[in-house]
Design a protein around this ligand. Sequence first.
Ligand code: GLN
Length: 451
Amino acid sequence: EAHVSAIEAANDALNAYVLVTPDRALEMAAESDKRLAKGEGGALEGIPLGIKDLFCTEGVVTTACSKILEGFTPHYESTVTRNLWDAGAVMLGKLNNDEFAMGSSNETSAFGPVANPWRREGSDDKLVPGGSSGGSSAAVAANLCMGATGTDTGGSIRQPAALTGTVGLKPTYGRCSRWGIVAFASSLDQAGPFARTVEDTALLLNVMASHDPRDTTSVDAPVPDFTASLKDGVKGLTVGIPKEYRIDGLKPEIAKLWDQGVEWLKAAGATVKEVTLPHTKYALPSYYIVAPAEASSNLARYDGVRYGLRVDGDDVISMYENTREAGFGAEVKRRILIGTYVLSAGYYDAYYLKAQKVRTLIKRDFDQAFEDCDVILTPTTPGPAFAQGEISGDPLEMYLNDIFTVTVNMAGLPGISVPAGLSGEGTPLGLQLIGKPFDEATLLRAAQSIE
Ligand code: GLN
């Protein structure tokens, strides 16, 4: 009830929830109370959560914040959310995101932009909460839920976490099932938790992670209790610092935060070592080939026949065209155009195939680096939260937000963003830790030493 009233009071200003489901929430909470009274109950019994609108929720409208999915009500539940409800969690509603999770500022949503609950000191300008999981980060930061789900294809959990002072974890590719999550770029997409502490993040991951035969890329790996090693500290761990991340033009306050992170980890007993990831500079351009290519293929299914919106035409082809013209926003159309271009005969070898080869080199860089260290520390973002409208007209500038996060998706690795301090403007900044495949436990342990 407290969360439902908090949402009522704050959501008009933040626009974090696109759909609030108070009746369902109170019903689920009452069921939780009954289980608890009987001495039963799951790991997340009664915990109120917000769900990114990319997760299909049975009987509850799911639109990926796109007009093209207007009114789409799935008759199935995503595996990740099913796991959460089976553990007793309570759904408060569906959270805003960039349309089809394409963006870094939550300004491409068909439901309008989300406001970051933080403001610059002495200014009332509305700032972005990061994206694409901007509703999730804003809702967690503003206490409109105790935790939230997000998805991360190129940074969409970690970047918004950094810009709102929350914790966000992108698990290893294959750790959480993608079944029932609206697909953006299938070889990069991964679900993960947002919370206000590292421990809460671990508790959520414990439940979200599972092997799922319905997702052929879900991996049958043991899911340890991620809270078990949190208190172990970083003594004995080696932390790698990739020199290529000290990019030209790195903002002094970001460099300082990074150095501060190194000092904290050293003081906590870690050994710190420089590592090299030589192909880093190719990660962003190759990501912006692979992700749109897969998106153009995944989005082919929205044709006015099977889901959501239909705009009639004289014949079936014009119906498809009218539907897609009216249903997709500008950023989604840009991705479809880039994607179909890089996959087309004649350009495939030069772009898509080349990007896939670069991807292998990026993965090998990490394999090599992890021979010398246990986790890698970098900044999460090149700067703090920017104002709404500040860069939304410049796609390249927007894509540069993902410079430190996309490598992790290209290599399929786990990554976490943990709040690490404030910018000169008084807004949050985050540090990113990158781990070995399926070693989220070490990642969370190291994150707790920074927190
Ligand atoms: N900002 C990146 C993009 O627009 C990442 C999005 C994401 O991780 N879903 O593609």
